[in-house]
Design a protein around this ligand. Structure first.
Ligand code: ATP
Length: 592
């Protein structure tokens, strides 16, 4: 496929906010692509050159791209700078300087390879090399091609094509319907690589993807937990034996241990966080000589003398690029293992949890930095209750109750794992992970920053962000002062086309940053949009919201869904303002 045709498709996607239309366009694209082209297209549609976990960056800032545009059009840099100043969009500027230049007919794989070359240039003189490569590429581009090339290079493409929308489109191209989507989705959950899924599907067909296995080195999307507000609800979801484990308040870590070579640790967001935990890596290396495995557990900060668990905030001091070695001593950690996904070439994903954990215990040697999550197996709710009390007493934030017979469902938040936290019991509020989509200018004391931020839940069915509340409370002064800089890269000139709200914000943002917040009541609002079609009288909104912390470990698509909020609203224990018996909680949660 010519890159010019691909650019037309990017334009069509950019111009629609309907996920149905996006699926149509994507399916029309994939029927015309071969396997290798499909891989390139999959990454470029996301404005990337590789799967997220590889962290491949083009490494060019606005200034360098302006230089490349100037060089490609043989105009002075100051003209390009002035145009950028006027429009704020280097994609538009690149198109303007391409003028009515005809496309040189580069193909999609050719452009992809050139972009990869730009990304690969490293070391001394690499900036000049990148600039020259980009200027040359732009010289071969028509206005439309130049627009999208510049945006990809800058990382500002952001078409809003959600992963699920992509997979529906691919399914439609392969089968004429959405029926292959569950197989594709499962393959994506195991491989975490849309490019790989698209290439394999086009090369070997959808059925071959049923047999997809985890690959050591490629992160598996993590299995997540549902929540209950009352332990008595457990039997509704799991019959039979459960494993009850401490819910540790640390960082979820997936460890990839190859037979030879380097161990890699992945975060929940599939970032490579190996450098943060050299002590954990060493412990794994000592334990796993010659074996190959993918394991999961929670890394938690601990007090060495007593073994007491410390909170997430303490652990986060390890999140640093420099000085890690010093912090290894200052903030000791322990890795509490609770799952085994792969061992010596065998996928264990389909094996029952009980089997996976038995195998885990057999193949890991415990040490000072490495152990197993505390757990008990039972069928008795009272025992669950008393294990929960013990977990809290020992500094855990609750328990995770797991179906002993369940497989590892990569990337799924299902009822095989159920979390129960102390906040739920003491009737403190639920917390929500919401996406910042707008802001209100601050006045008085808050001049120069934001008075409040408009936040939204994600609706995976429609691929939209539905506004839920405006949050101004809970920010420290430092946090408030930091907001304008933090949000600047996501600023838009108008409401993002995937955002649903009746609120007129002063400033709009690209849905990108996720924050955790708490609130006191759910109410029906004429301006907010959560579950509006189902509630009818208006959308659901959160009253008395309060910021707790940023969730850097979450993508916007992993925010609390509108369905989850609707279920809470409908549940007997959901705090709604039309239920007078529900009391305001006495104090806000710790956010731990
Ligand atoms: P929360 O804010 O409650 O941690 P979350 O949205 O980050 O929720 P959930 O899937 O709802 O993620 O909760 C599961 C998280 O709990 C896991 O991602 C993991 O980090 C943590 N956790 C701690 N102990 C366990 C355990 N024993 N089993 C599974 N997950 C655990």
């Amino acid at each position: 496929m010519k890159f010019a045709t691909f650019s037309e498709i990017l334009e069509q996607l950019e111009q629609t906010s309907s996920s149905l239309k996006m699926i149509e366009v994507l399916s029309g694209l994939f029927v015309h692509l071969g396997p290798v082209e499909a891989r390139a297209a999959a990454y470029l549609l996301k404005g990337k050159l590789a799967p997220d976990y590889e962290g491949t960056e083009l490494g060019m800032a606005e200034k360098a791209v302006m230089r490349a545009i100037a060089a490609s059009a043989a105009v002075p840099l100051c003209h390009v700078q002035a145009a950028f100043h006027r429009t704020g969009d280097l994609g538009a500027v690149a198109a303007q300087y391409a003028g009515d230049r005809r496309s040189a007919g580069l193909t999609l794989p050719q452009v992809f390879e050139r972009l990869r070359k730009i990304a690969c240039a490293r070391g001394t003189g690499s900036q000049a090399t990148k600039l020259a490569l980009l200027a040359d590429l732009l010289q071969h581009c028509s206005a439309r091609e130049a627009k999208y090339t510049a945006r990809i290079v800058l990382g500002t493409l952001r078409l809003g094509v959600a992963e699920m929308t992509f997979l529906y489109g691919l399914s439609k191209a392969l089968t004429g319907s959405k029926k292959a989507k569950p197989i594709l989705e499962n393959a994506f959950n195991v491989l975490s690589d849309l490019g790989e899924v698209a290439e394999r599907a086009l090369r070997s067909g959808v059925e071959a993807l049923r047999r997809v296995r985890p690959v050591v080195g490629k992160p598996v999307r993590m299995m997540l937990a549902q929540r209950v507000k009352d332990l008595a609800e457990i039997p509704k979801h799991i019959s039979g034996l459960v494993h009850v484990e401490y819910k540790y308040d640390g960082e979820r870590v997936q460890a990839h241990v190859p037979r030879s070579g380097d161990i890699v640790l992945y975060s929940r967001r599939q970032e490579d966080i190996t450098h943060q935990y050299p002590d954990v890596v060493q412990a794994l290396r000592d334990s796993f000589r010659g074996k190959q495995a993918i394991l999961e557990g929670e890394v938690v900060a601990i007090e060495v003398a007593t073994g007491r668990l410390k909170d997430f905030q303490t652990l986060m001091q390890r999140r640093r690029k420099h000085d890690v070695e010093a912090y290894v001593g200052k903030i000791p950690v322990k890795y509490f293992l609770f799952d085994l996904l792969h061992l010596d070439g065998q996928s264990l994903l389909q094996k029952p949890l009980a089997f996976r954990q038995e195998t885990l215990v057999r193949c890991v040697q415990e040490s000072e930095r490495l152990t197993f999550a505390a757990s008990t197996a039972t069928k008795d709710l009272e025992e669950v209750e008393s294990f929960f009390a013990e977990a809290i007493e020992r500094g855990a934030e609750g328990v995770v109750i797991k179906d002993a017979q369940s497989p590892y469902e990569a990337g799924t938040r299902g009822w095989h794992w159920i979390k129960y936290k102390k906040e739920y019991r003491t009737e403190l509020a639920d917390t929500f992970d919401l996406v910042v989509v707008g802001g209100m200018h601050g006045r008085g004391m808050r001049g120069g920053t934001f008075g409040s931020l408009l936040v939204a839940a994600f609706n995976p069915t429609t691929n939209r962000y539905e506004s839920f509340t405006k949050v101004g409370a809970g920010f420290t002064d430092v946090e408030l002062a930091r907001l304008p800089k933090l949000l600047k890269p996501y600023r838009l000139s108008a409401k993002h086309r995937l955002v649903e709200t009746g609120v007129k914000a002063d400033v709009w943002f690209e849905p990108a940053l996720v924050m955790e917040l708490t609130g006191a009541q759910l109410t029906v609002s004429p301006v907010h949009a959560v579950a509006r079609e189902r509630v009818k009288k208006g959308g659901l909104a959160l009253r008395f919201p309060r910021f707790l912390r940023w969730r850097d470990d979450k993508e916007p698509e992993q925010a609390t869904t509108t369905e989850e909020i609707y279920e809470l609203y409908e549940s007997p224990s959901g705090r709604r303002d039309d239920k007078p018996s529900v009391r305001r909680r006495p104090k806000y949660g710790s956010g731990a």
